[in-house]
Ligand binder design. Structure first.
Ligand code: ATP
Ligand code: MG
Length: 420
C-alpha cells in the first residue's frame, strides 16, 4: 500500500475578487450604513436590482464604443442560449426597470441601492473585477434642483464618513444635445489634424467617442488635450442657464466645487451636469464618486424621453479613505458575562438573551477552565463585566463596571428581573 497521502487541492479565488474581512469589512459596513442613513434623510427609496441582465441592457445603454462594453463586460450564454451579462453598473438596470416595470407612475422617482458589480479589468489596488458601489438616481426630473440635491447628498455622505478633507468636487457641463453635438464636431476637427501623434486608443476614439480623448491618461495625448476646444464656447443660452442654476444651488448649500472643463462622461446619453469627487490620496485610482445627468438614456433603451441624473461611488475606495482617516473603529462591547460554574449555564443563557433583547451587545465566556473565565472576561474590556457563579447552591452575581454609565444601570435592572 502506498504511504502517499492523497492531497486535495483547494481551488483558489478568482483574480480580482476579494474576501473582505476584519477592519476592511468594518469600514465597508460603515460606508453602507452611513449611505443608508443619509439616503433616508433625502427620501431616496431603496431598490434591489438583479445582478445579471440581458446583454442588450448594457450594450444599448452604455454604447458599443465604451471601454466597459468593448473590453470589460462579463458576458456569457446561459443554458437557454441567451446572452447575459453580470452588471458592470447600476444605472442601465434601473433604467430598464423604470421602463419595464411601469415606474413612470412614481416620477420623479428617487432611488438608491448598493451591491456588487463586475468588470474585467486589470486587478490592482483599488481596482477589482468584482467591486461594490453605492448608487443614487433621480428619474423623471428635468430641473437642475435634482442635480443639486444629488450633489448635496454626496457631499453630506462624504462629510459623515469623515473623509471630506482632501476630496474636491470637480464639476462640468456637457450642455444640451445641440451644444454637445457642436462641441463634439469641433473636437473631431481639432484632433483629426493631429491624429498621427495621438495614442492608439485616442486615434480609435476619434470618430466614435472623441469626448473620451479629453480624459485620456496617456502622456502622448496630454499636449493636445490641454488646448482642445472648450465646451463653454458651444453652450446654448439654455444650457448656460441650467449650469448656473446648478452652481448657484451648490453655493447656496455651501458645497465647494471647482470647474473642470475637460471632465466628460463619454457616454452619448449624458447631458448637462457631469461631476466627480476626486481625492489625491488614492494614487491613480483617485475618483471616489462620479455621475451626471443622462437625459438621453431612456430613449437609447427604447423608452419614452425621460430626464434623469445620478451618481455612483466605489465602496472599496470610500472604505480605504475611511480607514486612513481612522474612522469606523469597532464599537466597544457593552457586556461580557463570565460563567464561572457550568451548573449556571441556563441562567447564563437566559441573562445573555435578556441583555441583547434590551439592545446591549454582549458575549458570554462559558468554555475552558471555569476558574479562568472571569479573568479571561475581564481582559476583553467590556463596559460591564458580570461574573455568574454558584455559592451554597445559590446563583451569585458579581457585576463590575468602570463607571455608573447607562449600560451599568440597564444591566442591574435586567438581572433584578431575571428568574434565578
Ligand atoms: P475609473 O476611471 O477609475 O475606471 P470609471 O469611470 O470606470 O472609473 P464609474 O463607472 O464612474 O468609474 O464608477 C464609479 C466609481 O466606481 C468609481 O469612481 C470608483 O470609485 C468605482 N469603481 C469603478 N471601477 C472600479 C473597479 N474596477 N474596482 C473598484 N472600484 C471601481
Ligand atoms: Mg473604469
Amino acid at each position: 500500500m502506498s504511504t502517499e497521502k492523497t492531497s486535495i487541492q483547494t481551488p483558489q479565488a478568482i483574480r480580482g475578487t476579494q474576501d473582505i474581512f476584519g477592519p476592511d469589512a468594518e469600514a465597508f459596513a460603515f460606508v453602507v450604513e452611513t449611505f443608508e442613513r443619509v439616503r433616508k434623510l433625502y427620501r431616496f427609496r431603496r431598490v434591489e436590482m438583479p445582478v445579471f441582465e440581458k446583454t442588450a441592457v448594457f450594450s444599448r445603454s452604455l454604447g458599443e464604443t465604451t471601454d466597459v462594453v468593448s473590453k470589460e463586460m462579463y458576458s456569457f450564454e446561459d443554458r437557454g442560449g441567451e446572452s447575459l451579462t453580470l452588471r458592470p453598473e447600476f444605472t442601465a438596470g434601473i433604467a430598464r426597470a423604470f421602463i419595464t416595470d411601469g415606474w413612470q407612475q412614481y416620477a420623479p422617482l428617487k432611488v438608491a441601492t448598493h451591491g456588487p458589480l463586475f468588470r474585467y479589468e486589470r486587478p490592482q489596488k483599488g481596482r477589482y473585477r468584482q467591486f461594490h458601489q453605492i448608487d443614487a438616481e433621480v428619474i423623471g426630473a428635468a430641473e437642475p434642483q435634482a442635480d443639486v440635491e444629488l450633489l448635496v447628498m454626496a457631499d453630506q455622505l462624504l462629510k459623515e464618513l469623515g473623509i471630506a478633507d482632501g476630496v474636491t468636487l470637480q464639476l462640468n457641463t456637457l450642455g444640451d444635445g445641440a451644444s454637445r453635438d457642436a462641441w463634439r464636431a469641433a473636437l473631431i476637427e481639432y484632433f483629426r489634424a493631429v491624429k498621427g501623434d495621438l495614442s492608439e486608443d485616442s486615434q480609435d476614439r476619434l470618430e466614435r467617442n472623441p469626448l473620451r480623448i479629453l480624459d485620456s491618461k496617456d502622456p502622448r495625448d496630454k499636449p493636445f488635450t490641454a488646448n482642445a476646444p472648450k465646451i463653454d464656447d458651444y453652450l446654448s443660452d439654455e444650457a448656460k442657464d441650467f449650469f448656473a442654476k446648478v452652481t448657484g444651488g451648490l453655493d447656496a448649500a455651501g458645497v465647494a466645487w471647482t470647474r473642470a472643463p475637460a471632465l466628460v462622461r463619454g457616454l452619448d446619453y449624458y447631458r448637462h451636469t457631469a461631476f466627480e469627487f476626486v481625492t489625491d490620496r488614492l494614487g491613480a485610482q483617485g475618483t471616489v464618486l462620479g455621475g451626471g445627468r443622462y437625459d438621453g438614456l431612456m430613449e437609447a433603451l427604447g423608452g419614452s424621453p425621460t430626464p434623469a441624473v445620478g451618481w455612483a461611488a466605489g465602496i472599496e475606495r470610500l472604505a480605504m479613505l475611511v480607514q486612513e482617516a481612522g474612522n469606523a473603529l469597532p464599537d466597544t462591547l457593552d457586556v461580557v458575562v463570565a460563567l464561572e460554574d457550568d451548573a449556571a449555564l441556563n441562567f447564563g443563557i437566559q441573562a445573555n438573551t435578556a441583555i441583547r433583547a434590551a439592545g446591549l451587545s454582549s458575549e458570554m465566556i462559558s468554555t475552558g477552565s471555569p476558574r479562568k473565565r472571569f479573568d479571561k472576561a475581564s481582559k476583553i474590556g467590556a463596559k460591564v463585566l458580570v461574573g455568574i457563579s454558584i455559592r451554597d447552591g445559590q446563583t451569585h452575581l458579581n457585576i463590575r463596571s468602570t463607571s455608573n454609565a447607562e449600560e451599568r444601570l440597564k444591566v442591574d435592572d435586567i438581572f433584578a428581573n431575571l428568574k434565578r
